[in-house]
Design a protein around this ligand. Structure first.
Ligand SMILES: Cc1cc2nc3c(=O)[nH]c(=O)nc-3n(C[C@H](O)[C@H](O)[C@H](O)COP(=O)(O)OP(=O)(O)OC[C@H]3O[C@@H](n4cnc5c(N)ncnc54)[C@H](O)[C@@H]3O)c2cc1C
Length: 481
C-alpha cells in the first residue's frame, strides 16, 4: 500500500511529488497520458507572473508571489531554463489608466516586489517597438519566462530518482474508500493508498466527484497561440500584457526562453479535449496583439498551439482536504497563475500533512539537483572534449536547435524516459526550431526504434494513437497543430 497517490502529473502533480519525495513516505503518481506535462502544463504562455493580477487575500495571490520565488530557486537547482525579464501591462487608451492603478494597488497588497507605474515615454524607452498609442504601463521587474514542461519534468525526475513511483498511461476511473484506505482504479489494477491528492487539471472536478460531494465545477477555457521564429524574438524584451478581462489576462506578446516570440492567448469555453486551433481564434489574437506590438510578422510563424485552462466557478484555487472525505486533498481549479504558483501549492500539501501530524522524517539519503548537457551552450573546447570522449555528441540531429544524438539518448534514458517524438522534443528541444522537426523527425524516429527495440510503425508523435507513420498526427484536434 502507498502512503500517497497523486492523480495527475502536470506541473502541480510534479511539484507535489518533488516536495513529498524529501520525506520518508511511499508515493505513487498516476498519470492518464503516456507522458508527464501533457495537459495545461505543456500549452500555456510560460510566464512567471509577478502576482498583481489575483485579488488580494486569495490563495491565488499568496501562492503566486511565493511560487515564483520558489520557482527561481528550483530552476537554478534543477537546471530548468528561465529568465527574469519583467512584465509590462499597457494602458492603450486613457480609459485604461485607472485599471493600471488597480493592478498596482493589488500588487502592493499582494507583496509584489518593486512594481511601479510608468509614463508613456518611460514605457516606450523600455520597449521601443510598442504601439505609439500607449498611455502608460505597470512595470513588474520580478516577472519572468520559463520552460513549463521542463519545469514539471525536472521536478518529477528528481522525485522518481528519490523513490517516487510514476505510472504513466494510467487514467484513474474510480475511487473508493474502506476502513480508511482508498482504492484507486486504473486499467487492470487497483492502487491502495492512505491519502489521495487530486491534481487532475481540467478533470479535477470529475476526480473529486468520484468520491466527494460535488462542490465545484471546472469550465475548460481554451487559449490559442502563435510561436514566431527567433528573428522576431528580440522585438520585445519583457512580457507585454494588455489590460486583463474577466476570463483571462488578455493577449500578450512575449519572448520565450528559447529566443522565440509567443503571441496569444484568446479565451473560449470549450470541452476539455478541444486543443485544436481555429482560424477565428488565431485571427483575433493577431489583431488584438497588434494593438500593443504592431510590428510582428505572421510570415515568421513556425507553430500554432492551444491549451485548455481549468477555470473554476469558485474563482480561487481549491486547495485542501475535502470537507466530506478525510485524507482526500484537492489541488483543483489551478488556472493561471498555476504554473507560477505550483511550487507553493506543493508546500500547501506539506503544511496539510504537518497539521495532521502525519508528515514523516526527511530522507537522509535524499539526492536533490539535476544537471543536463546543452551541447550548443558549451565552449568550443568543452564541445571538442565531449565529442572526443563521447562521439554521439558529435552527431547533430536537429540542425535548427543544434541538438546532438548524445542529448537525444539522454532524453530516452533519463529518470522519466521519453517514449515519443514529442517526448524527446520536450526533453532536449530536438524539433523545436524553425522546421518543427521536418528534418530531424525521421532521425529521432530511427533513434527511438533502435534504443527501445520497437518497430517504426509503433512510434508515436505524442499522445496515445498518434502513430507517426500510420495515422493523422493532428487528427480531430487531439494533437497540437
Ligand atoms: C492558455 C493557458 C495559458 C496559461 N498561461 C499561464 C502562464 O503564463 N503562467 C502561469 O503561471 N500559468 C499559466 N497557465 C496556467 C497553468 O498552465 C496551469 O495552472 C498549470 O499548468 C496547471 O497544472 P496542473 O498540473 O494543475 O494541470 P495539468 O497540466 O493539466 O495536469 C493535469 C494532469 O492530470 C492528468 N489527468 C487528468 N485526468 C486524469 C485521470 N483520470 N487519471 C490520471 N491522470 C489524469 C492529465 O493527463 C494531466 O497530465 C495557463 C494555462 C493555459 C491553458
Amino acid at each position: 500500500m502507498y502512503d500517497v497517490a497523486i492523480i495527475g502529473c502536470g506541473v502541480v502533480g510534479a511539484a507535489t511529488a518533488y516536495a513529498l519525495s524529501r520525506y520518508d513516505m511511499k508515493v505513487v503518481v498516476l498519470e492518464a497520458e503516456n507522458d508527464v506535462a501533457e495537459g495545461a502544463t505543456k500549452a500555456n504562455s510560460a510566464i512567471l507572473h509577478a502576482g498583481f493580477d489575483p485579488e488580494p487575500n486569495t490563495s491565488m495571490a499568496r501562492l503566486n508571489v511565493d511560487g515564483i520565488a520558489l520557482a527561481k530557486q528550483i530552476c537554478d537547482r534543477l537546471d530548468v531554463p528561465y529568465k527574469i525579464c519583467g512584465s509590462l501591462v499597457l494602458a492603450l487608451s486613457p480609459e485604461e489608466l485607472p485599471h493600471l492603478q488597480h493592478l498596482y494597488d493589488n500588487g502592493i497588497a499582494n507583496g509584489v516586489p518593486d512594481i511601479h507605474l510608468l509614463s508613456a515615454e518611460e514605457t516606450l524607452q523600455r520597449e521601443p517597438n510598442l504601439s505609439k498609442t500607449v498611455q502608460g504601463a505597470l512595470w513588474a521587474p520580478s516577472a519572468g519566462i520559463i520552460s513549463p514542461w521542463e519545469y514539471a519534468l525536472a521536478m518529477i525526475e528528481v522525485a522518481v530518482r528519490n523513490g517516487v513511483e510514476l505510472r504513466r498511461s494510467c487514467p484513474v476511473s474510480n475511487i473508493r474508500k474502506k476502513d480508511g484506505v482508498f482504492s484507486v482504479s486504473i486499467p487492470s489494477d487497483t492502487v491502495e493508498a492512505k491519502y489521495v491528492i487530486n491534481a487532475a487539471g481540467v478533470y479535477s472536478d470529475k476526480i473529486h466527484n468520484m468520491i466527494c460531494k460535488p462542490s465545484f465545477h471546472i469550465i475548460p477555457t481554451r487559449g490559442e497561440y502563435y510561436v514566431l521564429d527567433k528573428n522576431e524574438g528580440e522585438l520585445v524584451h519583457s512580457t507585454i500584457f494588455q489590460c486583463p478581462s474577466k476570463v483571462g489576462k488578455g493577449v500578450l506578446v512575449s519572448p520565450t526562453v528559447d529566443g522565440n516570440l509567443i503571441v496569444g492567448p484568446n479565451a473560449e469555453e470549450v470541452g476539455p479535449e478541444d486543443r485544436g486551433c481555429t482560424a477565428a481564434g488565431l485571427s483575433f489574437i493577431a489583431e488584438t496583439a497588434r494593438r500593443s506590438v504592431p510590428g510582428f510578422s505572421l510570415g515568421d510563424s513556425i507553430r500554432n498551439f492551444a491549451g485548455v485552462r481549468a477555470n473554476v466557478d469558485t474563482g480561487d484555487f481549491i486547495i485542501g482536504e475535502a470537507p466530506d472525505v478525510e485524507n482526500f486533498i484537492d489541488l483543483a481549479g489551478i488556472k493561471s497563475p498555476g504554473l507560477s504558483s505550483s511550487a507553493a501549492i506543493a508546500l500547501e500539501v506539506i503544511k496539510i500533512f504537518q497539521k495532521k501530524r502525519v508528515l514523516p522524517e526527511k530522507k537522509k539519503d535524499y539526492k536533490d539537483g539535476r544537471k543536463k548537457i546543452h551541447f550548443k551552450q558549451l565552449s568550443a573546447e568543452e564541445k571538442a572534449k565531449l565529442v572526443h570522449e563521447h562521439p554521439e555528441y558529435g552527431r547533430v540531429i536537429c540542425r535548427c536547435e543544434t541538438v546532438t544524438e548524445g542529448e537525444i539518448l539522454n532524453a530516452i534514458h533519463s529518470d522519466v524516459p521519453a517514449r515519443t517524438i514529442d517526448g524527446v522534443k520536450r526533453r532536449c528541444n530536438a524539433g523545436m526550431g524553425r522546421c518543427q522537426g521536418g528534418f530531424c523527425g525521421p532521425r529521432v524516429l530511427e533513434i527511438l526504434c533502435r534504443e527501445l527495440h520497437i518497430d517504426p510503425l509503433q512510434v508515436l508523435q505524442d499522445r496515445d494513437g498518434s502513430y507517426v507513420l500510420e495515422s493523422e498526427t493532428k487528427q480531430g484536434g487531439k494533437h497540437h497543430v
